[in-house]
Design a protein around this ligand. Structure first.
Ligand SMILES: Nc1ncnc2c1ncn2[C@@H]1O[C@H](COP(=O)(O)OP(=O)(O)OP(=O)(O)O)[C@@H](O)[C@H]1O
Ligand SMILES: [Mg+2]
Length: 444
């Protein structure tokens, strides 16, 4: 029996139809990878299942009492709560009880005699309440999940505003994974995870008894975990059995077959046209030639897409324009150090980056990769040493969370504002190279 059934789903945002006549079922315990181009509707499908949006037509049927854990693509924390407080989101009463227990236990230290007796009773009552509410199991769950996702105990009391991008992603994941669930819906869980955390997630999912849908571009994760792949494309979902590797292979075989079939059709039409041309005026052949022509015309009329090329997925294509040669030195670090309070990220870095070099920065979550870029941009001050850019450089900066974007402005306005010298037509052409076509550019 399916735990979730989507039947004949239709979803449109304004005039844009995102899903149409979509059918899909999820079964107990199955781990499913979900893939598809950007904007094809993957996140929308998860939101339909959780109930964050309703379909315009069709039905979402869920098994009664199904417990769903949902990790959304955008992680949002207010910043002023700590890691532990966030882990208690939804069960704040447990946190309150825990604090009350701690307060009473502190008070008991300075009491004696009958006053102590009264406090002890209060203490016992609070502990009892905590146990009845499942507090102890909950706390163990939190500690285990935080340890699995590599949150050192000293980070537990850190405010979320002090966490790195990867640490924030891990925190949202931890929140979802520690709940008792029958179905996990994970929207790009590994986006900012380092290798170690990704491996932990992989193991977690393999050992998880419930069903899971994982939207991911991480083929390695899907290869190890998924037993099915849902491909979202052309407003529909198609299910492929097997892991990601099987999916790619079967799809490639299908594509080659379609290409062969297309070539065969083109050759057939060319042969027929050639036959008609050679024979239409030949004595004794005119009737046959006319018959062939009628049949060909009928075939093409009844099957207007008979000669259509199989569609290949669109890819991003662009080149960097020419720039004037500025300075050979792009970036210079001299004895650069950075600390936040007691936490030292790096010390005494000295190196140059020269024009034309391509440098990768890698390392576990929270080691200071984004901080380094922000130092280079002058948005943060070093704790010691210097970092400076070459003269007259034009710098493009893509931050980890797209914070540079104003969510209330359209794609076109955002692009125009960084390219004030270009016409709207030129900017639209550039956006097209990044697959923002048609009305996409007017979306906020
Ligand atoms: N609230 C909304 N209002 C208007 N349009 C929306 C809204 N949510 C989604 N869309 C549009 O619906 C389409 C599908 O969006 P969705 O987020 O489901 O895609 P996706 O497959 O998850 O893409 P990605 O790989 O980029 O995460 C996109 O064209 C998007 O612009
Ligand atoms: Mg998405």
């Amino acid at each position: 029996m399916a735990i979730v059934t989507l039947s004949d789903i239709h979803v449109a945002f304004g005039f844009e139809v995102v899903l149409d006549k979509l059918n899909l079922q999820l079964h107990p315990g199955e781990k499913v990878g979900m893939v598809g181009p950007n904007g094809s509707g993957k996140s929308t499908i998860l939101k339909l299942i959780v109930g964050h949006i309703d379909p315009d037509m069709g039905r979402v049927i869920k098994q009664k009492g199904l417990r769903i854990g949902y990790l959304s693509q955008e992680t949002m924390f207010s910043g002023d709560r700590t890691v532990l407080e966030e882990m208690h989101a939804g069960v704040e009463h447990l946190l309150k009880l825990q604090r009350a227990i701690q307060a009473v236990s502190d008070e008991m230290e300075s009491l004696a005699g009958s006053e102590l007796q009264v406090k002890m009773k209060q203490y016992d009552r609070l502990c009892h309440d905590f146990e009845i509410e499942g507090g102890y199991e909950y706390e163990i769950g939190i500690q285990k999940t935080l340890a699995g996702l590599d949150f050192e105990p000293e980070l537990h009391h850190a405010k979320t505003s002090a966490l790195s991008g990867g640490q924030l992603s891990r925190l949202s994941l931890a929140q979802v994974l520690m709940l008792d669930t029958d179905l996990l819906l994970l929207d790009e869980p590994t986006n900012h995870l380092d290798l170690q955390a990704t491996e932990w997630l992989e193991k977690f999912l393999t050992g998880y008894n419930g069903a899971a849908v994982i939207i991911s571009h991480d083929r390695c994760l899907l290869d190890k975990v998924a037993c099915k792949i849902i491909e979202v494309e052309n407003r529909q979902a198609r299910v492929w059995n097997g892991n990601y590797g099987n999916y790619v292979q079967t799809k490639e075989t299908e594509r080659l077959q379609q290409e062969r079939e297309h070539t065969r059709r083109v050759e057939m039409v060319e042969r027929t046209l050639d036959f008609i041309a050679r024979n239409k005026d030949q004595e004794g052949m005119r009737k046959t030639a006319r018959g062939r022509k009628t049949r060909l015309n009928r075939l093409l009329k009844e099957n207007p897409d008979f000669l259509d090329k199989p569609v290949n997925q669109k890819t991003i294509s662009f080149t960097f324009g020419k720039t004037d040669r500025k300075s050979d030195l792009v970036l210079r670090c001299e004895g650069l150090s950075k600390s936040f309070g007691d936490l030292t990220l790096f010390e005494n870095l000295t190196f140059d980056i020269l024009n034309g070099q391509r440098i990768g920065i890698t390392g576990p979550n929270g080691t200071g990769k984004s901080t380094f870029l922000r130092l280079a941009l002058g948005r943060l001050e070093p704790s010691a040493g210097r970092i400076r850019m070459g003269r007259n450089l034009r710098v493009g900066y893509l931050d980890q969370h797209g914070d540079v974007l104003d969510p209330s402005r359209s794609v076109l306005d955002e692009a125009l504002s960084v390219n004030p010298g270009l016409s709207s037509e030129q900017v639209r052409n550039r956006l097209g190279a990044f697959l923002f076509t048609g009305d996409d550019v007017f979306k906020q």
